[in-house]
Design a protein around this ligand. Sequence first.
Ligand code: NI
Length: 179
Amino acid sequence: MTVRTILKMGDPRLLRIAQPVTEFDTDELHLLLTDLLDTMRAANGAGLAAPQIGVDLQMVVFGSGQPNPRYPQAPIVPRTVLINPVITPIGADEQLDWEGCLSVPGMRGMVPRWSQVRYTGFDVWGEPIDRTVEGFHARVVQHECDHLWGKLYPMRMRDFTQFGFTEVLFPGIDAQEND
Ligand code: NI
């Protein structure tokens, strides 16, 4: 088990456009997946992208297949590893909701996202993934894949009156690190 250090906003490695994975089912890729999952679990994250641990590759993990202790009311998202993703919005509907990020610890902001998206990509063995999702699942995949394009959620915000410290915005909630 290797829990890696999560880079924080301000680190230029979070602003890179990540490189596509060219070889699947390699020892290196399986090790990277293990590190991403271990690091995400240790932080109780809803997802984690390779650039957040300093790895310049288009690979994200998200979902747990069970309720997230920090988002107990959120729908369950299946545990997914997604490589070289492409996200296509379905329709023009947007939803606003609170997000946090393990790279922006202690804060939350109200972020607009497409309500429904189709995402395609590959798993660690190179098997194709093709899903159409909505709501929280769609939000998580948009947030994580944004890390591959050098975007952190504050860059997607339009109303900075709804941006602040978790402990102030949501007093009484156990304000651990956010994702
Ligand atoms: Ni994030």
